[in-house]
Design a protein around this ligand. Structure first.
Ligand code: UD1
Length: 335
């Protein structure tokens, strides 16, 4: 079975490509390298001993995608390629809507031309919006978001749902990720954003490497046990394996399914900081600062549906996540 992975050189995409190759799938990567580095493909080859076909290409390039589909028999798509910075999406909404919606729709059009009917979509827990109680369950009705980035996820979920209504023999799996962190055991792949990281773990890793002076914890007065926000952190390799299970499900099914990929546990910012310190035997300088606009106090997944539908559950501990995140950051920083 050949799988086209868009955004396959990115953080979650690259880990998923490794799991696919190790499981014997043929893999074709399309990535425009706007937020990834070309040497990720070499690293994937070092880890797996196999090199995926690679096209440096924007997913909005319809003729380009047609060429990919002509050169490979594509049986399924895993669509990661998207802009993903929440704050930037507030400043540049048009760019986010144009890029994220256009690439998903272009992909669907080309899939239709070539008769490809399996679509695994990289969605996010952000689609539960600000008003649902946690743990979040897939059948919650209010699907909305608080940023243009998040709305692109909501809208693409809607587009795929409507597409399946019109084409009942199509299968779309909407994977709603919680907070993926950590790295592949090899230390060769990881979350390596350009510029100053927005997300917590890459920020912690740069502080640990001495590249940033200290962590600012956004808010210490939330209504949570220690006053800092709680999230459902999951190991990126568990998340990658979740995509394989989704693909196996899609092979034998039609219709649309939304599925959470999370551990089902809430961990606070302070707990994560202390877990990182303990796992890596170091001290992290931090201060408690003001809240960040748009952050919710606490949320985590109801993880039952993934277990029932795919037989998937997260297996790595928070300690595993912290250790592997540091292994990767150390190598990247040349330590
Ligand atoms: C964010 C996005 C989410 C997106 C996900 C992955 C928002 C509101 N949500 O999730 O839609 O899918 O990233 O890109 O932006 N924190 C600090 N100090 C820091 C950085 C973060 O204290 O320097 C805290 C945050 O307040 C939060 C937690 O760490 O409580 C996790 O933050 P982050 O990693 O940015 O993820 P989310 O905000 O949960």
């Amino acid at each position: 079975m050949n799988v086209l992975v868009t955004g396959g050189a990115g953080y979650i995409g690259s880990h998923t490509v490794v799991e696919l190759l190790n499981a014997g799938y043929g893999v074709v990567v399309v990535d425009d390298l706007s937020n990834a580095k070309a040497d990720v493909i070499d690293r994937i080859e070092t880890i797996t001993g196999k090199r995926p076909a690679f096209y440096e290409m924007d997913c909005k390039d319809k003729d380009g995608l047609r060429k990919v589909f002509s050169e490979h028999k594509i049986d399924a798509i895993i669509h990661f390629a998207a802009f993903k910075a929440v704050g930037e999406s507030v400043r540049k909404p048009l760019e986010y809507y144009r890029n994220n919606l256009d690439s998903a729709m272009t992909m669907l059009e080309v899939m239709e031309e070539f008769g490809c009917k399996k679509f695994v979509f990289s969605s996010s827990a952000t689609v539960y919006g600000p008003n649902n109680p946690h743990p979040y369950k897939e059948d919650m009705k209010a699907i909305e978001s608080s940023s243009p980035y998040g709305w692109t996820k909501v809208m693409i979920e809607r587009i795929l749902t409507d597409y399946v209504t019109a084409h009942p023999d199509f299968c779309a799996v909407l994977l709603r990720y919680f907070n993926p962190i950590g790295s592949h055991d090899s230390g060769l792949l990881g979350d390596d954003p350009n510029g100053i990281p927005n997300n917590l773990m890459p920020y912690i890793a740069r502080v640990a490497a001495g590249q940033l002076e200290k962590l600012t914890i956004f808010g210490g007065d939330y209504p949570t046990p220690d006053g800092t926000c709680q999230r459902d952190y999951l190991h990126v390799v568990d998340l990658a394996v979740g995509h394989l299970r989704a693909l196996e499900y899609a092979k034998d099914h039609e219709g649309v399914e939304a599925v959470n990929l999370g551990t089902g546990n809430g961990v606070s910012v302070l707990e994560l900081v202390h877990a990182f310190e303990k796992a890596n035997n170091m001290k992290l300088p931090y201060v408690i600062g003001p809240r960040r606009d748009g952050d919710l106090p606490a949320f985590w997944a109801d993880a039952e549906k993934a277990k029932k539908l795919f037989g998937w559950e997260a297996t790595h501990t928070v300690e595993d996540m912290c250790r592997s995140a540091w292994e990767f950051a150390k190598k990247s920083a040349g330590k």
